[in-house]
Design a protein around this ligand. Sequence first.
Ligand SMILES: Cc1cc2nc3c(=O)[nH]c(=O)nc-3n(C[C@H](O)[C@H](O)[C@H](O)COP(=O)(O)OP(=O)(O)OC[C@H]3O[C@@H](n4cnc5c(N)ncnc54)[C@H](O)[C@@H]3O)c2cc1C
Length: 295
Amino acid sequence: LKFSEIYGCKSTIISLEFFPPKSPEQLQTTYSLIQELSLFNPDYMTVTYGAGGGTRILTRELVGFIHNNLHVQAVSHLTCIGHSKDEIDQILDKLKQDGISNIMALRGDAPRGGTFTKHPDGFSCARDLVKHIAKRGDFSIAVAGYPEGHQEAKSIEDDILYLKEKVDAGAEVVVTQLFFKASMYFDFIERTNAAGINVAIVPGIMPIGNISQLNRFTTMCGASIPKALAQSLKKFENDAVALTKFGIDYAIELCRELLSGGAPGIHLYTLNKSTQIKPILRELIGKTRLKKEAS
Ligand SMILES: Cc1cc2nc3c(=O)[nH]c(=O)nc-3n(C[C@H](O)[C@H](O)[C@H](O)COP(=O)(O)OP(=O)(O)OC[C@H]3O[C@@H](n4cnc5c(N)ncnc54)[C@H](O)[C@@H]3O)c2cc1C
């Protein structure tokens, strides 16, 4: 199914994002995790694409596993970093051979916080990657969107005009960067509607499970932690169990607010863990959709 068909045919589309493990030895653990979460019947599962090195090969492995072994719709992320156009075409050819037809097209970030540099024969931004993939005609494409604006954008207005260019280039869905307040999503929807963007915009939600990790991620991607949330989190600095529970409840409440306000679905950043994702999925997915083993 193309993204436009997935989001066109029913409401509350649930997607799960995984990342490839650092080494092939850890693949089995990742397979088990993905299999465990597939029992919740998500609509699709995505696998991120690393900035370089060995994990890029594992993205293809995992996406193939999701598609062929679990028979769940699989989406491969793909970034411009370090690739020429020819290499991108070779990757797309291999994905096509594997039966994968959905791509999350991204620019990517330089490894270890460096600045992005274009490959001499490659693409300088996600829009150009989208254009290239769309020209082939054999993939359906998702892109990233930033409710608080991307860190390098001159302004949120500029970022949204550019997002429109990504959609006009062929993206069928936008998945957002993580955020922690429903109003941020609804403000973003108002702005994207006003800019004439009319594809599904799916909120990306990351459950909070660890405060230092939360601080690291938000610093890295420029997402803000609302004051009230930061205040609540103080109570859990020395109580990991209570924080896990708080993170689940916070994510469920946020998802409920988003869905009841019209969000077409939820994209969960699983961080390759199931402890918090499972109870969230139980709340989000009607019990009928659960396979027996997951209930
Ligand atoms: C859902 C999601 C999934 C992700 N998956 C991955 C992954 O698998 N691997 C990975 O490495 N990273 C991933 N990222 C992170 C992403 O690569 C970074 O956020 C990166 O900094 C930007 O990628 P992009 O595709 O949004 O870039 P782009 O859309 O190219 O935008 C990058 C910046 O350039 C600006 N810009 C570019 N061209 C123009 C123009 N012509 N006019 C105006 N402004 C312009 C944009 O406003 C923005 O500030 C993901 C992010 C999200 C939200």
